[in-house]
Design a protein around this ligand. Structure first.
Ligand SMILES: Cc1ncc(COP(=O)(O)O)c(C=O)c1O
Length: 365
């Protein structure tokens, strides 16, 4: 253990959040003088002989580790997942086609709002009247004529719910997977686009991975600025503008870490184990902790729950911090507690949280 590690806490932040310690240490060691070249990678051209192979390796790793078929490429863009909300309709829609949205909470509401400026869109299902406590069955999703894509959020980071299975629809899915990137295996045949920022499962903030089916590139809208055009970005290896070199470099390191740790299937197993520990603790607490999400739809990345009173929640957060259990406050829109447990969260962190929760309940329940 290096000196750096002594003060590390368990960081349950929703993102940016915990990164593998070995990745941080490796980055630190290489930062100032990259491979004895006399300068940092951050000072080199993105088109030079050093960064280009890193980019290509990252691209290939991001595709192969998630099992993306040959018909997919992955772009490394800026503007966050939020930038994809307008980019999707800008690229995919024309005057006759429409985008459908499955509203499972905050992030789809935001997408609906941002997408309206770039095309004809509509809500094909909403969980609002059920307080966003579940995702829909395929049969509940009402698609209209000329629908080009169905947007969904695979895991609602704020609400704490996820699609346990992706719906069967006649129209390709565009998935915001911001909080589940390379954290679960996915049925690629259902998707045209899968996107998400790196800052939860894959690295630092600053880069957005956009997996896109190559066969749709030729049919996309051509009358858009090149920075916002999937086709132009794909043709230019995501370098229509200067790419976020630092973030891509760190994603490369996180992907290598992921590979060393058993890949997506292992990440999925770990996510199931970690989240089960927390949900078992919540469900076994005789109502002291309450999760508002229907059991089958509960997130494996963002576990949300409430305590009996706001005063107890305040005490919970204060005492958790004393145990180095940090950033457990729920999003300001929903309140309560949220434990975000992405790929790099060690099992030990969740075990420590569960034991603290049991102790807190015994003292205050
Ligand atoms: C599901 C989801 N979609 C979109 C976003 C917005 O991402 P960004 O901040 O990268 O634009 C977030 C951020 O937390 C998210 O969790």
């Amino acid at each position: 253990m290096s000196e750096n590690t002594n003060n590390r806490v368990y960081n349950f932040s929703a993102g940016p959040c915990t990164l593998p310690l070995e990745v941080l240490e490796e980055t630190q060691a290489e930062l100032v003088d990259y491979h004895q070249l006399g300068m940092s990678l951050l000072e080199m051209s993105h088109r030079g002989p050093v960064f280009e192979p890193i980019y290509e390796q990252t691209r290939r790793l991001a595709l192969s580790l998630w099992g993306a078929p040959d018909d997919f490429d992955v772009l490394f863009l800026q503007g966050g997942a939020s930038g994809q909300f307008p980019m999707v309709p800008m690229n995919l829609l024309d005057k006759t086609s429409r985008g459908a949205y499955i509203n499972t909470g905050h992030w789809v509401k935001t997408a609906l709002n941002d997408a309206q400026y770039s095309g004809d869109i509509y809500q094909a299902w909403t969980g609002e009247h059920e307080s966003f406590s579940r995702t829909p069955d395929s049969s509940e999703i009402e698609l209209q004529e000329h629908t080009r894509y169905v947007h969904l959020c695979s895991n609602e980071t704020i609400g704490g719910l996820r699609f346990p299975v992706f719906p069967d629809l006649d129209v390709p899915i565009v998935a915001d997977m911001s909080s589940e990137m390379l954290a679960r295996a996915i049925p690629w045949e259902k998707f045209d686009i899968v996107f998400g920022g790196a800052q939860k499962n894959l690295g630092p903030a600053g880069v957005t991975l956009v997996y896109i089916r190559k066969s749709i590139l030729g049919s996309l809208n051509k009358s858009i600025p090149r920075t916002f055009s999937y086709a132009a970005q794909q043709a230019n290896q995501s370098m229509s503008n200067t790419p976020p070199v630092f973030a891509i470099w760190m994603v490369n390191k996180v992907l290598h870490w992921l590979k060393r740790n058993g890949g997506v299937s292992e990440m999925q197993l770990r996510a199931t184990t970690r989240s089960k520990l927390l949900y078992d603790c919540i469900d076994g607490s005789e109502g002291f902790y309450q999760c508002p999400i229907q059991t089958a739809h509960r997130s494996q990345m963002n576990v949300v729950y409430k305590l009996p009173t706001p005063a107890l929640e305040k005490a919970f957060l204060e005492q958790a911090a004393e145990h180095k259990l940090m950033h457990l406050r729920g999003h300001r829109i929903v309140g309560g507690i949220r434990a975000s447990i992405y790929n790099a969260m060690p099992l030990e962190g969740v075990k420590t949280l569960v034991s603290f929760m049991q102790d807190f309940k015994n003292k205050n329940g």
